[in-house]
Design a binder for this molecule. Structure first.
Ligand code: PHE
Length: 446
């Protein structure tokens, strides 16, 4: 059977950018920038993207493209024998299932705010009513389960249609849509009073505001935001024709992802500062602060609607990439149909996600033994702080030491400073940097 492929490089860039650009950029990046004091954190984050993110992105893309195989098999193919390194693929599969299970729940919250924006509900509510929206949703297990179901069904339907008819087609619609909406909101924010303050906050580094924990968070976020360390880029790369070049493609996706994060941050903080709100609001920033502020702006209905539509697009295009990792593996390894794989894993992930959806209500008081976290927090912490960095570290080592100089030369096109730089980044710099972070994280959690 002939393996599916993207129709071309642009299709791949849109899909991979669709995977990378998600809740990580629009929801998480602004709030962790806020809690970590702004500019200095942004600088460290940019450094992490450049030094650790981009090289590992290239390594994953190379492994996927070269092998034209699923996340587990790809390691065997590029190593030219059955290798223990393929366990990185198993870890990736586990990460994909875990991440998607709670990502879909948050996706459901976004849909809830989208529906409320469509109904115009925020326009007639008082400030405190709007602010309690998230809390009310948290208290409602049934509503959360239905929204989670809705999000998962959308995800399954897209992936079920396959690479070109599903993933590619929807990314081609949703990604440009997202970029246009984001730019509209950004241009709008330039005229707000808080815009210049937002610029200063993000781009004038104040190193006294940065903590060691902030540095650790920046590294972890670099993996999450670029969809690295769990095989999403390997899987998407495996549908890229072997003739496409890795470097410009990787730079385009990483650049786009970073740009979206920065523009989202600028826009959100312009709104926050225009109304003298706290930049440190934390995870609730997007859900509790923004709708309140939106309601005060001219054209409130449309601003809110556009914004939550944008976040829904971003969440969905990331979720399908997580799901595709599992489906492409299952389809090939079990020699079954895509439809069967989608139904089976859609159901399993939905059921696991129930644990997260119920973590804010029925199961709120249930803390997992030893770690002392709810299911939601546990799945989130375990994957973004441990599994993704560990996966990324191993991929970097595999690439640097096992595939070695030959792979680097293939990627950069020639022997020389760039291929040597890539080689030693993958061999030493990235693994050491990430290794230190994981170590500190373990110490912090003990
Ligand atoms: N990169 C996505 C985001 O920023 C999340 C994601 C992580 C997607 C890992 C796929 C794999 O929201």
């Amino acid at each position: 059977m002939l393996r599916a492929h993207w129709s071309g490089r642009l299709a791949f860039i849109l899909a991979a950018a669709g995977s990378a650009v998600g809740l990580g950029n629009i929801w998480k990046f602004p709030y962790i920038t806020g809690t970590n004091g702004g500019g200095a954190f942004v600088l460290i984050y940019l450094l992490c993207i450049a030094v650790v993110g981009v090289p590992i992105f290239m390594a994953e893309l190379y492994i996927g493209q070269k092998s034209q195989a699923n996340v587990v098999e790809s390691f065997n193919v590029v190593a030219e024998k059955k290798t223990a390194w393929r366990s990185i693929g198993w870890l990736g599969l586990v990460s994909a299932v875990l991440i998607l299970s709670f990502y879909s729940v948050v996706g459901g919250w976004v849909l809830d705010f989208l529906f409320r924006s469509v109904s115009g509900e925020f326009l007639v509510e008082t400030e405190s009513e709007i602010q309690s929206t998230l809390g009310i949703l948290f208290q409602s297990p049934v509503r959360q389960l239905i929204l989670h179901l809705f999000f998962m069904v959308l995800c399954v339907l897209i992936v079920f249609r396959g690479v070109q008819k599903g993933l590619e087609r929807w990314n081609k619609i949703l990604m440009p849509g997202l970029l246009i909406l984001l730019l509209l909101m950004f241009v709008y924010s330039i005229w707000l009073d808080g815009f210049s303050k937002s610029l200063t906050f993000l781009f004038a580094p104040d190193f006294s505001a940065l903590t060691p924990a902030g540095v650790l968070e920046a590294v972890g976020h670099a993996f999450f935001t670029l969809s690295l360390g769990m095989g999403a880029i390997i899987t998407y790369g495996s549908y890229l024709k072997v003739s496409e070049r890795v470097v410009p493609t990787a730079l385009a996706v990483a650049g786009l992802d970073t740009l979206v994060a920065l523009i989202s941050g600028l826009t959100i903080f312009a709104v926050v500062f225009s109304f003298d709100m706290e930049a440190k609001a934390g995870p609730t920033l997007m859900f509790q602060t923004l709708p309140v502020l939106f309601a005060k702006l001219p054209a409130a209905y449309w601003v809110s609607l556009f914004f939550f539509l944008l976040v829904s697009f971003a969440a969905l295009t990331s979720a399908v990439s997580l799901f595709e990792v599992v489906i492409s593996y299952w389809e090939e390894a079990k020699n079954t149909s895509r439809a069967r794989a989608c139904v089976l894993w859609g159901v399993i992930i939905y059921l696991m996600g129930m644990l997260s959806a119920l973590s804010t209500n029925v199961l709120a008081d249930f803390k997992l033994p030893i770690v002392g976290l709810t299911f939601f927090d546990f799945f989130d912490n375990l994957t973004s702080q441990y599994f993704l960095p560990i996966g990324g570290l191993l991929i970097s080592l595999f690439f640097g030491w096992k595939l070695s100089a030959k792979a680097c030369e293939e990627i950069t096109g020639a022997k020389g400073i760039w291929s040597i730089g890539l080689l030693w980044t993958a061999r030493i710099i990235a693994p050491v940097a990430v290794g230190i972070v994981i170590l500190f994280k373990i110490l912090e959690d003990l």
